[in-house]
Design a protein around this ligand. Structure first.
Ligand code: NAI
Ligand code: 5RP
Length: 301
């Protein structure tokens, strides 16, 4: 199959490499010409603009967007719009909000697939897990590319209509936040608890047969091995948060309580206000309110 790929960063590069390895023809574009050069060296045909990319592709264009969510997706679609018709297919493999994907699917001439992508840079070797929403014909048509980019035929599926792929990926990320929080809490207790433990050994033992073994736990083991059991100079600051925020917003809208995911998201935000400053106003207020309702001692700075 012939595939145009727009966005050749950490993830787009892997999409390109896996498609090339599987024998597909790739036309590649990125605003960063170095990224294009790298994929060209691996066997892709370069494009210097989106117009050129569209011109290089045949009558039935298949284009995979792997750019940051938000404006870059709208910009790419706008620039491509004059080249697209009902026989073309655009796949958005980034972490777009599902409502944006529904809007884009309605406003483009092309068949539009929203594709939640999981696996991160480790997917280069293993392949990704792909959660795809949109028209069935477009999904069927792109199956050879999904087989190549995913772990294999079982690593991708059509979740349902437009938006459902990114919806499932949003929930996946909420689960990711909660799992990270659960492992974090367990290791924090072990680190501060009553035994002097080697946390890398704990993680390794858990990863071998324990109920809670997982890839995230393997990454914990790697972190302790590389940073030391006390995590060395790794800071108390968790970045990101948009996909977890969307998951929480949706849970509130649907009135489906997700306390673990709420808490994991809140912990992230809280981590950003530790340090030299006065800290979060909301928590200072809660401290004072406990005195108000329970005469609990007020902690002072
Ligand atoms: N990094 C990860 O582990 C994962 C990332 N994602 C999602 O995949 C998408 C891409 O992520 P990464 O590859 O990590 O980002 P990245 O920052 O490594 O790469 C993005 C690439 O897009 C290019 N780009 C930006 N605007 C562009 C435009 N208008 N036209 C053409 N190229 C443009 C940049 O130059 C860059 O090479 C994001 O939506 C991200 O949330 C999804 C799953 C995992
Ligand atoms: O989708 C992903 C993993 O599945 C990306 O790594 C994403 O960036 C994770 O979300 P956040 O940046 O909010 O931690």
């Amino acid at each position: 199959m012939e595939l145009g790929i727009v966005g050749l960063g950490r993830m787009g590069q892997i999409v390109a490499d896996r498609c090339l390895d599987a024998g597909h023809d790739v036309v590649a574009y990125d605003v960063d010409s170095d990224a294009v050069e790298e994929v060209t060296a691996a066997g892709a045909r370069p494009a210097e603009t989106l117009d050129e990319l569209a011109g290089e592709l045949g009558a039935e264009k298949r284009i995979w967007l792997m750019v940051p969510a938000g404006e870059p997706v709208d910009m790419a679609l706008e620039d491509l719009s004059e080249h697209l018709d009902g026989e073309d297919i655009v796949i958005d493999g980034g972490n777009s909000h599902f409502e944006d994907s529904v809007r884009r699917a309605e406003s483009t001439e092309a068949g539009y697939l929203d594709c939640g992508t999981s696996g991160g840079p480790a997917g280069a070797e293993l392949g990704f897990s792909l959660m795809i929403g949109g028209p069935e014909w477009a999904y069927e048509e792109c199956t050879p590319v999904f087989d190549a980019v995913a772990t294999g035929p079982d690593g991708h599926d059509r979740m349902g209509p437009s938006g459902s792929g990114h919806y499932v990926k949003m929930v996946h990320n909420g689960v990711e936040y909660a799992l990270m929080q659960a492992y974090g809490e367990g290791f924090e207790l072990l680190h501060n608890g009553r035994y002097d433990l080697d946390l890398e050994a704990v993680a390794r033992t858990w990863n071998n047969g324990a109920v809670i073994r997982s890839w995230l736990l393997e990454l914990c083991e790697e972190a302790f091995r590389e940073e030391g059991g006390d995590l060395g100079d790794v800071a108390d600051h968790v970045a990101g948060g948009s996909t977890g925020t969307w998951t929480v917003q949706e849970s509130l809208e649907q009135e489906v309580p997700l306390p673990l995911i709420y808490q994991a998201l809140a912990e992230r935000f809280a981590s950003r206000s530790t340090g030299d400053g006065p800290g979060r106003f909301s928590r200072r207020l809660a401290n004072r309110l406990r005195y108000g309702f329970g005469r609990h001692e007020i902690e002072r700075m």
